[in-house]
Design a protein around this ligand. Structure first.
Ligand code: APR
Ligand code: ZN
Ligand code: ZN
Length: 367
């Protein structure tokens, strides 16, 4: 039996259940005892329907733990190995993986059904199947994942910090270092300084941006943003953020602007605060009914702007996790500082409330 936090219906609090049966790993799978899991806005987005995934489902897609059992045919993992789980599996063999776009791996398609690669789940509660978010389901003591969703790490890396590599860090840092084309000396703007946005900020610093303008509505987030590398801060609750960024850039706009919230209004703002010939990178996940407006098309062409979607920081996880851990070791990448609160599994609903209130960079569930 495993204890887990289960999404049971739209806008319902997650239910903490003690009775989850977790089946043994099948061929190509690993059973993992979760040590830590970050609480991400995308988990909340499942609960509130922004990301439509059917209940019941164990949420959580940003975790790290220890391999407990290895399924048939799995190479490169043994019980006792420490692993980071990734919410995009990377098979290394499909059309996209062969073109160095592991973040688009064809194997992730089955996620929409809430199951593993074959669409079925390894979890049941009272005999009924329970889905696993992103083939992970890290809001539970034990899970089974495809081996291609796990990356082995050194056992000396703290698992609370490693967990964040599974989503926020990979997505945010990757948005700046892989998706965007930041040049040394560039000015970037980052809208939204939550768990992901702070990582865009530190990624921009690592990529050599000279000025990093952080935009948020919460002063405490802007203070955090400075710690992660922001050189200027803009409080969007006090004045129009587009005008503020324009005035900080001689009315030109930022070379690269990142949207890391996922709202129609802020997506529009991020495009408006990008300079002519610059790049807007959309990282936040909007509701399905949000439409990108590039009217008039003439201006879009005339101003030679690029709007790029960013999925999972354009990462190839098997290469990226070791690179990020090396940056952590040398002190360039801040991971521990992202953890605002360590909580118990039962406090996950409070963690959602804290996230909505803008109180935390990350709450991390420690098992
Ligand atoms: N203007 C400026 N800042 C805003 C606004 C706004 N209109 N609305 C919200 N924010 C800020 C919040 O104050 C918060 O600091 O955006 C930040 C969002 O951070 P989190 O809630 O911690 O979300 P995070 O986990 O970082 O995810 C951000 O990326 O992966 C996706 O689904 C995820 O769409 C979400 C986005
Ligand atoms: Zn693939
Ligand atoms: Zn996430």
């Amino acid at each position: 039996m495993s204890r887990a936090a289960v999404h049971v219906g739209l806008d319902q609090p997650l239910e903490i259940r003690d009775d989850l049966e977790v089946a043994p790993p099948q061929r190509g799978e690993l059973k993992v005892r979760i040590a830590a899991s970050g609480v991400c806005h995308s988990d909340l987005s499942v609960q509130n329907g922004t990301i439509p995934l059917a209940p019941p489902m164990v949420l959580g897609h940003e975790g790290a733990g220890v391999v407990e059992e290895v399924g048939e045919g799995v190479v490169g993992f043994a019980p006792g190995d420490h692993v980071v789980l990734t919410f995009v599996p990377e098979c290394g063999e499909c059309y996209f993986c062969r073109r160095d776009q592991g973040f688009m791996c064809e194997k992730s398609a089955a996620q929409a059904a809430g199951g593993m690669l074959d669409g079925t789940t390894r979890m049941t509660s009272g005999g009924r199947p329970v889905g696993q978010m992103a083939m992970c389901g890290t809001f539970g003591e034990v899970t089974v994942v495809p081996a291609i969703s796990a990356v082995k790490i050194d056992p000396d890396v703290p698992l609370e910090a490693a967990a964040l590599l599974g989503c926020a860090v990979q997505t945010g840092v990757g948005a700046a270092t892989h998706t965007a084309n930041i040049r040394g000396g560039d000015t970037v703007a980052v809208l939204g300084c939550g768990g992901v946005g702070l990582n865009v900020i530190q990624g921009a610093r690592i990529a050599g941006a000279e000025r990093i303008i952080a935009v948020d509505m919460v002063d405490a987030k802007l203070d955090l943003a400075r710690r992660f590398g922001a050189t200027d801060v803009v409080n969007a609750a006090r004045a129009n953020p587009v005008a503020q960024v324009q005035s900080l850039t001689e009315e030109r706009g930022a070379d690269v602007a990142f949207e890391v919230i996922g709202l129609a209004a802020t997506i529009e703002q991020s495009m408006q605060m990008t300079r002519r010939g610059g790049e807007t990178v959309l990282v936040g996940v909007p509701r399905l009914d949000v439409v990108l407006n590039v009217n008039p098309a003439f201006a879009f062409i005339y101003t030679a702007r690029t709007v790029k979607g960013c999925w999972y920081g354009s990462a190839n996880v098997h290469r990226e996790v070791p690179r990020l851990l090396e940056l952590y070791r040398t002190g360039e990448l801040m991971l521990d500082e992202l953890i605002s609160r360590e909580i118990a599994l039962d406090q996950v609903n409070e963690a959602f409330a804290a996230m909505k209130a803008g109180e935390v960079a990350r709450s991390v569930i420690v098992f």
